[in-house]
Ligand binder design. Structure first.
Ligand SMILES: Nc1nc2c(c(=O)[nH]1)N[C@H]1C(S)=C(S)[C@@H](COP(=O)(O)OP(=O)(O)OC[C@H]3O[C@@H](n4cnc5c(=O)[nH]c(N)nc54)[C@H](O)[C@@H]3O)O[C@H]1N2
Ligand SMILES: Nc1nc2c(c(=O)[nH]1)N[C@H]1C(S)=C(S)[C@@H](COP(=O)(O)OP(=O)(O)OC[C@H]3O[C@@H](n4cnc5c(=O)[nH]c(N)nc54)[C@H](O)[C@@H]3O)O[C@H]1N2
Ligand code: SF4
Ligand SMILES: [Mo]
Length: 747
């Protein structure tokens, strides 16, 4: 048997085996130090990715976590965890945790420790001053999909209903905005229809722009557990770990997905392989779509995508013949200049073939961060709390009543999107910025511009676990935050499961939970009274329930935090009526699939649109915003590099174990033919340049990328010096995966 390390390293070149996640002790993970013996065990959902695995956390006599293991009785992970999960406690003890508020001293230019009372006074004085000089909407915040729902809902409510702000957004714009808009337009609500059991029940799985072997390892394990010998089709320009393990890798040209998906739909119509009865009964727009598809015959699509016409026909036939076909998409779709229509082209295929609402089917967006789904429903940025509409007076009245606040406090327009907030900083319209649990100075597209904007801001506050992040280093004020494991609340995972995350460790020094920080700010601002009902995360959870009532995401049947834990997480919707009729039967917690712990949407063919029908939406493909040319002849793709690295590395870089499992420096994957031609040897230092900046890297010469294409992992900050800021017009999500660059040896 391979050791744990071998298996993890193998994960960069092939599928991970179950041993990887079952025998972490081979590598010293999850072992109890002999000095310390746990006296009790509790459970908490992991705070990295949106898989939402449950972990057993072993505690000492003081209720402090000593170590952890994977939870075998949870219907998500069935006793497995990936390396990040096993190492989840390590970042809490990092030496660079920020333990007091820090204020920049104008004389020395340095961040210096101050007490909370000073920090709160500076926060309110400076932001109120900005509002006084430049208007109430001249302050903004950027937040996250990585804190509990209770915290993000309180933040959104505090900022808009208490502080008089309007413009806020979060890193879910970089990540899930496309899926959100695509579902909303097509299904009438942001409603991913699936449950993880579908990974095991399909006989055909189609992954589009998705690399779960690296980015969602435990979901991938569920695919590997599928007993139907499924066909696994991967649409990705790169030969990823997932593509290598698939039965068929479709290496299409970057950003040609819309052509390919329309080509497949064309063949389905031409060969009459569609479910006419389903389309007639449950959808609108098919007649127009079918007419539109006439322009996408396989020959034309082959020329656009680089996929042979016969292969396109075969793909259509595999999908048509499948008994239960599921479609899965992630950032290769969401991060594109025409991403919303691409996601909807996937949805259209599922509708046309009747692959929705049955076990093993669905048009399924895989979510990124642990609580991006919570952010989509409760961030109060694009949508009003609970998935409502700021523009609708009835929705505003309802929220005002539930929260017991004056209706006049609720704005009637949504926030500017992330890129529009950045633009407004440039034009001087926004002067004060508050950044919570995200690191945009590393992760934002075309990062050089973000750095310049610092000069335009009168005041920048960063609320983070560490003062060492690229963004915190730019701040005027840093607020020290507790992290995952140091506070209570719920996350909502990819399959709509509400899961509980618990405080199992004391935050260091004066660091406070984001929830406590928001409460203190409300008091300091003078609007604390509006939020008196939000006394604790547990109390806030009751407000979330009230906000969900009558919405598609109704969770009013969940009693409280303990109920969530006891049931092994609860997928939305779970109404009071569900609880009354099926609650007692659903009480058992365990991995065995049951109708109560594996629920999917749309079994009845009824969608959340006013007429109950799903909409088929489409548009002609548009050219790539920054194509390659003679000066910048390579197309740069970016994304996740290893299962041991999380985003900007602020947490995962703190673990010796995780650092050993990942490359230590920025690398660029280049095809052997290109490397040969340019005289670039494997491991040689190179410089990658775009019109916006340059990045030093070492070359990894590999045929996983196609000639003319490069890949760089997003975990190193230089990558976003290169990316080109273009956005999907519907979701305003950045297109991180396609910009024109050169590569040379720097000599
Ligand atoms: N280890 C680890 N896991 C993570 C994260 C992490 O940082 N580290 N982050 C989490 C988050 S927030 C997210 S959003 C997810 C992301 O999860 P994924 O989306 O699976 O990961 P990415 O590597 O960003 O992109 C997926 C694939 O899109 C492909 N792609 C690029 N351009 C195109 C294109 O034009 N068409 C198609 N079809 N494919 C294309 C890339 O080659 C890449 O293999 O991962 C989550 N899980
Ligand atoms: N080139 C390129 N760029 C990308 C992408 C890509 O594929 N390519 N992907 C994009 C995507 S999908 C995403 S999601 C973003 C992610 O980008 P970011 O959100 O910027 O990345 P993280 O490193 O996750 O940043 C989270 C921050 O929150 C802090 N933190 C963690 N927990 C807590 C907490 O409980 N409270 C507080 N206050 N702070 C906390 C961490 O220390 C860290 O600084 O990157 C995007 N950028
Ligand atoms: S797969 Fe995701 S949720 Fe599960 S242990 Fe790994 S990072 Fe955590
Ligand atoms: Mo993401």
């Amino acid at each position: 048997m391979k050791t744990f390390v071998e298996n993890v390293l193998h994960a960069r070149t092939g599928p991970m085996t179950t041993e990887l996640v079952r025998h972490p002790a081979d590598f010293g993970l999850g072992q109890v130090p002999t000095r310390l013996k746990p006296v009790s065990t509790t459970r908490s959902v992991c705070g990295f990715c949106a898989t939402g695995c449950s972990l057993h956390i072993h505690l000492d006599a003081n209720g402090q976590a000593i170590n952890l293991s994977a939870d075998g009785a949870y219907p998500v992970n069935l006793g497995m965890a990936c390396p990040k999960g096993w190492e989840a406690l390590t970042p809490l003890a990092a030496s660079d945790r920020v333990t007091t508020p820090l204020l920049r001293n104008p004389q020395t230019g340095k961040l210096e420790p101050v007490g909370w009372s000073t920090a709160l006074r500076v926060f309110t004085d400076r932001l109120k001053d900005v509002q006084q000089k430049h208007g109430p909407h001249s302050i903004a915040y950027l937040s996250t999909g990585q804190v509990p729902v209770e915290e993000m809902a309180l933040l959104g409510a505090l900022f808009k209903f208490g502080m008089g702000g309007l413009h806020c957004d979060s890193n879910t714009r970089q990540c899930m905005a496309t899926a959100h808009v695509a579902y909303k337009q097509a299904f009438g609500f942001d409603a991913p229809p699936y449950t993880y059991q579908d990974f095991e029940e399909s006989d055909v799985l189609v992954f589009v722009g998705s690399n779960p072997a690296i980015a969602h390892p435990i979901m991938w394990q569920r695919v590997m557990m599928n007993k139907n010998s499924p066909q696994i089709i991967v649409l990705d320009p790169r030969r990823t770990e997932t593509a290598m393990a698939a039965t068929r890798h479709v290496a299409l040209r970057p950003k040609s997905d819309l052509f390919l998906l329309y080509g497949i739909a064309h063949v389905l119509v031409e060969e009459n392989r569609i479910r006419r009865d389903y389309l007639d009964a449950h959808t609108t727009g098919f007649a127009e779509f079918a007419t539109f598809l006439a322009d996408y015959p396989p020959d034309r699509v082959a020329a656009e995508t680089g996929i042979a016409a016969d292969d396109i026909r075969q793909l259509a036939r595999i999908i048509a013949r499948g008994r239960a076909v599921s479609f899965w998409w992630t950032m290769g779709v969401n991060q594109g200049h025409e991403s919303t229509r691409t996601a909807q082209a996937i949805i259209n295929l599922a509708l046309m073939t009747g692959n929705i609402g049955r076990p093993g089917t669905g048009a399924n967006s895989i979510t990124g961060q642990c609580n991006a789904m919570g952010s989509r429903l409760y961030a109060n940025a694009t949508s009003l709390l609970g998935g409502r509409d700021f523009a609708k007076p009835a929705h505003r009245a309802e929220v005002a009543r539930i929260l017991d606040i004056p209706e006049a406090h609720i704005p009637s327009q949504p926030s500017k999107a992330y890129d529009q907030i950045i633009d407004a900083i440039e034009t001087g319209e926004i002067k004060g910025l508050w950044v919570i649990a995200t690191n945009p100075a590393h992760s934002w597209i075309n990062q050089g511009r973000f750095a310049q904007l610092r000069e335009k801001l009168d005041f920048l506050v960063v609320q983070d676990m560490y003062a060492t992040t690229e963004t915190a280093q730019m701040a005027d004020l840093v607020l020290p935050a507790a992290g995952w494991g140091e506070k209570d609340g719920v996350f909502i995972n990819s399959e709509r499961r509400v899961g509980l995350t618990r405080k199992v460790s004391a935050a260091p020094g004066q660091a406070l939970s984001d929830f406590a920080i928001f409460k203190l700010i409300a008091e300091a601002w003078g609007c604390g009274d509006l939020f008196r009902r939000w006394s604790t995360p547990a109390a806030a959870f009751q407000i979330l329930k009230d906000l969900s009532k009558g919405q598609p995401c109704d969770i009013s049947g969940i009693r409280d935090h303990d109920h969530v834990e006891k049931r092994g997480g609860i997928q939305w919707p779970w109404t009071e009526a569900d609880e009354a009729s099926r609650g007692a039967a659903a009480e058992t917690r365990g991995p065995t699939p049951s109708p109560d712990n594996q629920r999917r949407l749309f079994a009845d063919g009824k969608f959340f649109t006013p007429d109950g029908r799903a909409r088929l939406l489409f548009d002609a493909p548009r050219p790539m915003p920054e194509p390659t040319d003679a000066s910048y002849p390579f197309l740069l793709n970016t994304g996740r590099g290893s299962s041991a690295q999380w985003h900007t590395g602020s947490r995962t870089n703190k673990s010796d174990v995780l650092r050993k499992l990942a490359p230590t420096a920025l690398y660029v994957e280049i095809h052997p033919a290109d490397a040969d031609r340019l005289g670039i040897a494997n491991n040689a230092p190179v410089v990658v340049r775009s019109r916006r900046g340059a990045a030093d890297a070492f070359a990894v010469v590999t045929a996983t990328v196609q000639p003319g294409q490069l890949f760089m992992p997003m975990h190193f900050d230089a990558v976003n010096r290169l990316t080109f800021p273009s956005f999907d017009p519907h979701s305003r999500q950045p297109s991180y995966k396609a910009c024109a660059v050169t590569v040379d040896t720097g000599a």
